[in-house]
Design a protein around this ligand. Structure first.
Ligand SMILES: [Zn+2]
Length: 264
């Protein structure tokens, strides 16, 4: 579209009196220089549940879904687990850092450590370890969902992508109204917050569908996090049928699956 066509489109919309369409015109105008950023979902999975992550590949592939796997306890990874993570990475998923030993920064500071010591012990060796194994980690998820402004400042420069923290629903603030978990392309933050979708977080399938609809309506990205995808009952388990509803709803709404480091 050239400038004349663009101005003509504004005029035609103004004439039609479709005032509500104007924000889209301005978005489109600003997007003449860059492709549009669509609403979507970022599914992130934490810890070291490599076999279960690997086992959901057919389910993810069925919906062309990409996910981010934040790996911790790196020295306990077997060669087989590293090979599976590399295969996930090669298929387009993201492998991020979740700490060398899964130490919480807030707990570490309480025992008298400094942020610098935390980074030297928990983050830098994790990046080195993953780099040696053939990964190039771009994003980080805080172990235990704990962070401080000082830790954000120290860790952000180590990654090109965002730092992921966690946020929690309350009886009067459910998934749809928990603003923190919606990444906003118009006001991008390098600190993103995931909404828990494991069994124990109590966010129902219907509430998650409402959240995905908000992401669609507002052209934002709903950030989700879980641990072990499996039908076996467990507090930190993500039931597979729940995951599939999220994948199906994302597809039905025409939303995009984003990896953590896409959010920037
Ligand atoms: Zn964790």
């Amino acid at each position: 579209m050239n400038r004349r066509q663009f101005l003509a489109s504004i005029c035609s919309i103004a004439v039609a009196g479709t005032v509500s369409a104007l924000p889209n015109v301005w978005q489109y105008g600003s997007l003449l220089l860059s492709p549009p950023k669509k609403g979507g979902v970022a599914i992130t999975l934490d810890d070291k549940n490599v076999d279960e992550w690997y086992s959901i590949r057919p389910l993810l592939n069925k919906y062309d879904a990409k996910a981010t796997f934040f790996v911790s306890n790196l020295k306990k990874l077997t060669n087989d687990e590293v090979a599976k993570l590399l295969e996930l990475r090669n298929e387009g998923h993201e492998i991020g850092v979740h700490g060398l030993e899964h130490l919480s920064v807030e707990e570490f500071l309480k025992t008298g450590g400094t942020v610098e010591e935390y980074v030297d012990r928990e983050i830098k060796p994790a990046i080195d370890f993953m780099t040696k194994k053939g990964f190039k980690p771009n994003s980080f998820a805080y172990p235990g969902g704990s962070n401080t402004p000082a830790s954000d400042e120290a860790i952000l420069p180590l990654f090109s992508g965002p730092l992921r923290d966690t946020a929690y629903t309350e009886p009067d603030k459910r998934a749809k109204s928990l603003n923190k978990v919606y990444f906003d392309w118009d006001n991008p933050s390098k600190l993103i917050y995931g909404l828990g979708i494991d069994e124990n977080y109590g966010n129902t399938i219907d509430e998650l569908k409402d959240g995905l609809r908000r992401a669609f309506d507002e052209r934002k990205v709903l950030v989700l996090y879980a641990h072990k995808p499996t039908e076996e009952p467990g507090k930190y388990h993500l039931p597979l049928h729940k995951l599939e509803v999220i994948l199906q709803t994302t597809k039905d709404l025409g939303l995009t699956f984003y990896r953590a480091s896409d959010l920037r």
